[in-house]
Write a protein that binds this ligand. Structure first.
Ligand SMILES: Cc1cc2nc3c(=O)[nH]c(=O)nc-3n(C[C@H](O)[C@H](O)[C@H](O)COP(=O)(O)OP(=O)(O)OC[C@H]3O[C@@H](n4cnc5c(N)ncnc54)[C@H](O)[C@@H]3O)c2cc1C
Length: 530
């Protein structure tokens, strides 16, 4: 279709990128972005753009991507637990300042001929246009007023987005224990010699620290940050901050809101980016989703002859990808919200647990990008034999014979796997018993579950009901198995019992990743999903 006039509500990444792509595709169309803020004031610090996103942006608009990459800072990733740390290389992940990202997108939108109107709040219903793109963010008034069938899930944990004026060498994930409980940072460097510090904690820790009481005074300006929390956290993370202060930008404790909508359009208005859907920040995908929506919407408007058909096409193309990422993000969110419970794992195994938390990075693939980390994790999972002089138990002998018979883990990792057989073939010594491999199960009580959130109230009851070693069973689907592995981990950690998990033989890679990640002790290979 050939729109004559398009109004874009919201000058965030989604709105600006849509406006530029639209104008490039339809030079005769009048495209205007309405943004309530000023051109150079924004919330937040840096955002990450991963390799896959960069490839898509390059195909859609190489000029913009070139500038984003020039403005970005490439970095690797380190997980640090006390003095124990592991590092993973990441060749194309970049961090870009949000201010710089928006400045580039504004410049390119203007260059294409888009009109940018700043400084006043607009309403989708008042905009006179053939198409209204509502890219008005997570708190979208358009979504709240319209018939989009929206639902919002509020996370259990609390997070705070702040920054500091020095560049970290890597992205850093680091928990810190305080007198109130554990705080965890996801921190990453970005251009301009700065770093984002995203800090999260659980509700009990947050209350014990008194942060619920002294948040930001009601009479404070809407731009005020929670300075009390910032000052406390800069002491707690002094090592990671290397003595630098934390700085806020409208920084307050928040609970993450996951937005879903049954429909993304209504009449001539279409939702895009955070207004239509959000995905937990721990998978770093909000900007990616918004900009990929832009690409799909503009292609749909170009390819279809009516607004209705274009909106239907846009949703048909984007919904599966968005829902897939939202499911990954949901799992990632639950993993991070329960993160302090697994700090007993050594860092390399914890890194494998992190990579496999949402089920999208198989162990073999991770071993290709980080062989040293996987090798260390496998050695921690099944330690090399104790020297003869120190041997006391039969378990040492079992362990040694198994290592010899299956070849060294280093060679296996270097050869690119497959690692699953090796993992399943490891012996286990547990509570005075020895199992020759991870599929040799003793007689166990069976506990069936099809929970979709192991940390829910139903999960609490189920975990409390376990009094002895147990085999967790349930539906043979992959989502159910991944959740069962999370539940198994909770049971293991909180009840201190031996936990086996049943899953279809075709999902043995997930079961193996679960073993290395400390989610279960043993596995039972069952029937395939019919
Ligand atoms: C803690 C945290 C960390 C994050 N980290 C990352 C990351 O690492 N990588 C990543 O990709 N994403 C990250 N995100 C997500 C990312 O910031 C958002 O997903 C992204 O900005 C969405 O873009 P958008 O254009 O849809 O909305 P926004 O960027 O929110 O833009 C919406 C715009 O609309 C304007 N607006 C709203 N209402 C009106 C109105 N009525 N009139 C005029 N203007 C209006 C707002 O002022 C705003 O500028 C993070 C988010 C959070 C909360």
């Amino acid at each position: 279709m050939q729109p004559r006039r398009v109004a874009v509500l919201g000058g965030g990444p989604g709105g600006l990128y849509t406006a530029r792509l639209l104008k490039l595709a339809h030079p005769a169309c009048e495209v205007t972005v309405h943004e309530q803020g000023d051109p150079d004031t924004t919330f937040g610090f840096g955002v990450g753009l991963a390799a896959g996103t960069q490839r898509k942006l390059e195909a859609a608009d190489p000029d913009t991507l070139r500038e984003l990459v020039e403005a970005g800072l490439r970095h690797d990733m380190t997980l640090q637990v006390g003095a124990d740390r592991v590092r993973v290389r990441n060749d194309r992940l970049i961090g870009v300042a949000r201010t710089e990202l928006l400045a580039i997108l504004q410049r390119h939108a203007e260059k294409a001929g888009v009109g940018l109107e700043f400084g006043s709040r607009a309403s989708a219903t008042d905009l006179d246009a053939d198409v209204v793109v509502a890219a008005d963010g997570v708190s979208s008034a358009t979504r709240e007023q319209g018939g989009f069938g929206a639902s919002v899930d509020v996370g259990r944990g609390l997070y705070l987005w702040c920054g500091t004026e020095f560049p970290l060498a890597d992205a850093v994930f680091a928990p810190v224990a305080t007198e109130y409980g554990t705080f965890v940072t996801h921190a990453y460097p970005y251009s301009g010699g700065r770093s984002t510090f995203l800090i999260e904690t659980d509700e009990q820790t947050w209350r014990r620290a008194g942060f619920d009481a002294h948040d930001v005074a009601p009479e404070a300006s809407p731009d005020a940050s929670d300075e009390t929390s910032l000052r406390f956290l800069e002491q707690a993370f002094a090592e990671q901050l290397q003595g630098h202060p934390l700085i806020g930008n409208r920084t307050r404790w928040l609970r993450f809101r996951t937005v879903r909508c049954a429909r993304w359009s209504e009449g001539n208005t279409v939702l895009l980016g955070d207004s239509a859907h959000t995905a937990h920040f721990s998978i770093g995908s909000g900007t990616k989703l918004a900009m990929e929506d832009s690409i799909a919407l503009v292609e749909a408007l170009q390819g279809e002859s009516t607004v209705d058909a274009a909106f239907a096409r846009y949703e048909e193309v984007r919904r599966p990808a968005v829902e897939r990422l939202q499911e990954l993000a949901r799992r990632s969110q639950l993993w991070w919200e329960s993160f302090p419970s697994r700090l007993g794992l050594p860092a390399a195994r914890l890194m494998v647990a992190y990579m496999s938390r949402a089920g999208n990075v198989p162990l073999d693939r991770f071993a290709q990008s980080a062989p040293d980390v996987v090798e260390a994790a496998l050695a921690q999972y099944s330690p090399p034999p104790t020297p003869v002089s120190e041997r006391h138990s039969r378990s040492d002998l079992v362990s040694e014979s198994a290592v010899r018979s299956s070849g060294g883990v280093a060679e296996l990792v270097a050869a690119g796997g497959p690692l699953t057989d090796w993992v399943l073939g490891r012996p286990l010594a547990h509570g005075g018993r020895v199992f020759p491999d991870r599929t040799s199960l003793p007689a166990l009580d069976r506990l069936e579950s099809d929970l979709d959130d192991p940390w829910s109230a139903a999960g609490d009851r189920l975990v409390a009901s376990v009094t002895g070693d147990v085999l967790l069973t349930g539906p043979p689907t992959r989502p159910a198995l991944l959740t069962r592995l999370d539940l198994a981990e909770r049971v293991r950690l909180e009840r201190g019992v031996l936990v086996a998990v049943e899953g279809p033989a075709g999902l043995r890679d997930d079961l193996a990743a679960g073993l290395v990640s400390g989610r279960c002790d043993l596995v039972m290979l069952g029937e395939e999903e019919s």
